[in-house]
Design a protein around this ligand. Sequence first.
Ligand SMILES: Nc1ncnc2c1ncn2[C@@H]1O[C@H](COP(=O)(O)O)[C@@H](O)[C@H]1OP(=O)(O)O
Ligand SMILES: [Mg+2]
Ligand SMILES: [Mg+2]
Ligand SMILES: [Mg+2]
Length: 310
Amino acid sequence: MSGRIVSIMSQAVQAAKKSGSIIRNLFQEGKWGIVNKGKNDLQTEADRSAQRCIMASLKKRYPKVTMIGEEELDSSQVPEDWIELSQSEEVLSTADRLPDKLKNVTDDQIIIWIDPLDGTAEYTQGLLDHVTVLIGVTVNGEAVGGVIYQPYFNYKAGPDAELGRTIWGIVGVGAYGIPQPTVPPSTGRIITTTRSHSSGSVKAAVDSCEPTEVIKVGGAGHKVLLLIEGKAHAYVFASPGCKKWDTAAPEAVLKAAGGKLTDIRGVNIPYEVNVPRRNSSGVLATCLESEHTWYLNKIPDEVKNDLKAD
Ligand SMILES: Nc1ncnc2c1ncn2[C@@H]1O[C@H](COP(=O)(O)O)[C@@H](O)[C@H]1OP(=O)(O)O
Ligand SMILES: [Mg+2]
Ligand SMILES: [Mg+2]
Ligand SMILES: [Mg+2]
């Protein structure tokens, strides 16, 4: 089954774009349908519809692949025009560069992690460029492919601007959709972290990294984009709120671009089917893989010990 990963990724790119247009339409129509899932944890009609679009589309082509989405809902019945079966030619054209270990992967080794709308808190507050659609592909528990679609990229550029951009990557193949190769900011130590889920440990971890600037923005996808674009050096989140669907796609794209994402103790995040959904030991990501250890050594032991894996 050579090329399974490339085939899935090529459809995931198209499905992410389609779900992005659904998100934009719902926002324009003012269809909010907000459900409160828990403390500081909202779900909107856009979260639900985007997930149903992505799940139903990918299930049609890959019925045997395990798919895990953030929202608990049934995706078996969706409007016909939400089913996106096309494949991105750009992704397909990279098939001959796939590393050997990703060739001949079988469906039972793959899990697709779907966060249909990352940055829901910011979406409901009108901070639209914080929103991303995340589709992560993992093989044997390792993040290997990811799509980060930003539906409101360019939304401040005027009424004629084309909205949205797609960033995708496969480890060993590369990251695409960013204007230039990933390099960290040339000066300072710029750290990005949460704006809506802060805590004492979040602040302690950020402070210990001696930042020259702290960028507080929403969404795991959005923060990893800041790293890939060379706008921040590190993403530090010493708290249990992120889940596997928040990190799978960003981790894969970041790795493909030369960076690294682990938990706050430097341990790789596992993505096997039975793992707890919470990333209870936080997130630490750097633009460059080589800078990861520096940040890891700065995080206080108390913070590392308080954030034990489930
Ligand atoms: N306490 C929490 N409860 C629910 N989701 C959380 C929490 N903390 C983080 N997340 C998820 O991780 C993402 C990144 O966190 P933050 O923006 O705070 O840095 C959030 O956008 C949210 O994803 P989502 O918006 O998909 O529910
Ligand atoms: Mg959510
Ligand atoms: Mg999320
Ligand atoms: Mg979400």
